[in-house]
Design a protein around this ligand. Structure first.
Ligand SMILES: [Zn+2]
Length: 389
């Protein structure tokens, strides 16, 4: 808690200084002071405390403009970091990253083995013990889960395909009480968008939309480094974006939702209904056969790509983000076959309009790294401190 003005000022300066070292290191104390408009003693005090904590390190010397050459500073590899938890529809993954959001440890269990928040707390204890992580080396814990959820209250609302133990349960509170470190919750696509914005392919842009294509579909929106959750926490719930007003019926009761064409479950169902011999076809078999141009798989995947592209163009029309990043297992499978199809369709629909459509650089870890980023942003983002105070 920030309880006095000088303390708030010091914390604001600390975050800005560390963030600049993250973005521009190796960098000297004098350069930091100049870029942030701070007095050199203020910078030196912060730098000394980061060096003492082992968050940053010195790397050689810079060029001198007269006098002693300045020591250069950068973030230290494998120093302190954050825990990221991805609650998926089929599994729960936990990672520990350093301050650069590089994954140091990763573990995964089936969702059946982690039934609800108290079971998750036990799993986190075991993860910490197995990797001998001192608790003071965990700056925070971020949790990413399928939406809709209430990020402020730290509870899941009514996500499809998630067992009842999770719904309405105070996940954030249970972890905070059990571990005594700050915990944060966000939906999976928003978390992945945050990872791209702070540490990934969108770090040089002011806005990014991350389209997550997996068992479910979602879009995460990050504007100026902050997640946009929406007024009712429903931002980015593109599953039920209508892409065909005369389309097929969706599980929600409406017709023509994106979910009915492009989710992995819809893709499986479309193939099974067209070809009885494919009763056991899994989404990964389907994408492989589509790549080999076998029907009906090729046709179903082409349709899914067309509808997904239409949804992405709608998002672009609405938000006008600087960059769109795509991720999720469907996009990454078979040398990014679906991603390439979707990108082709988006570019066709956009015509001459130039837009960066990129595949995530975090691979299948995008959501998990995003979860850790929920906690890491509090280490760097001074604007969050102003919002809290
Ligand atoms: Zn629907």
């Amino acid at each position: 808690m920030v309880n006095s003005k000088p303390e708030l000022l010091r914390k604001l300066n600390d975050r800005q200084i560390l963030n600049l070292i993250r973005q521009e290191g190796p960098i000297s104390r004098a350069e930091i002071a100049r870029e942030l408009g701070l007095a050199l003693p203020t910078v030196s005090r912060a730098v000394d405390s980061f060096l003492e904590r082992g968050w940053i390190e010195t790397v050689g010397v810079g060029t001198s403009s007269g006098g002693r050459p300045p020591t250069l500073l950068r973030l230290k590899e494998n120093s302190t970091g954050a825990v990221g938890i991805e609650i998926g529809r089929s599994s729960v993954r936990i990672i520990y990253t350093d301050l650069r959001a590089h994954v140091r440890y990763l573990d995964e269990r089936s969702i059946n083995e982690v039934a609800g928040p108290s079971s998750l707390l036990k799993y986190v204890y075991e993860f910490i013990e197995e990797h001998q992580l001192p608790i003071d080396q965990i700056e925070g814990i971020g949790i990413a889960a399928p939406g809709p959820l209430d990020a402020a209250k730290g509870v899941l609302m009514v996500p499809e395909d998630i067992t009842s133990e999770w719904i309405g349960a105070p996940i954030v509170q249970v972890l905070m009480d059990g571990l005594n470190v700050p915990c944060y919750l966000s939906n999976d696509a928003n978390a992945a968008a945050l990872a791209e914005s702070w540490f990934g392919k969108a770090k040089d842009y002011d806005s990014v939309v991350f389209v997550l294509s997996d068992i479910g579909l979602g879009a995460g929106v990050v504007l100026n480094g902050s997640i946009w959750n929406g007024h009712n926490n429903f931002s980015g719930e593109i599953s039920h974006m209508i892409v065909d007003v005369q389309g097929i019926k969706c599980s929600c009761g409406r017709v023509g939702c994106l979910n009915a064409y492009a989710s992995l479950r819809a893709i499986e169902q479309a193939v099974r209904s067209r070809e009885a011999s494919r009763a056991d076809a899994t989404w990964s078999d389907i994408i492989r056969r589509a790549k080999e141009r076998i029907n009906p798989e090729a046709e179903v995947i082409r349709t899914a790509a067309r509808y997904l592209a239409a949804a992405i163009v709608n998002i672009i029309q609405m938000i006008d983000p600087a960059v769109i990043v795509l991720g999720g297992r469907a996009m990454l499978h078979e040398d990014m076959y679906l991603f390439n199809l979707v990108r082709q369709h988006v570019n066709q629909l956009l015509g001459n309009e130039e837009r960066d459509i990129l595949i995530t650089g975090f691979g299948v870890d995008a959501v998990c790294v995003g979860a850790a980023s929920l906690a890491l942003q509090y280490v760097y983002d001074h604007t969050r401190l102003l919002k809290q105070s």
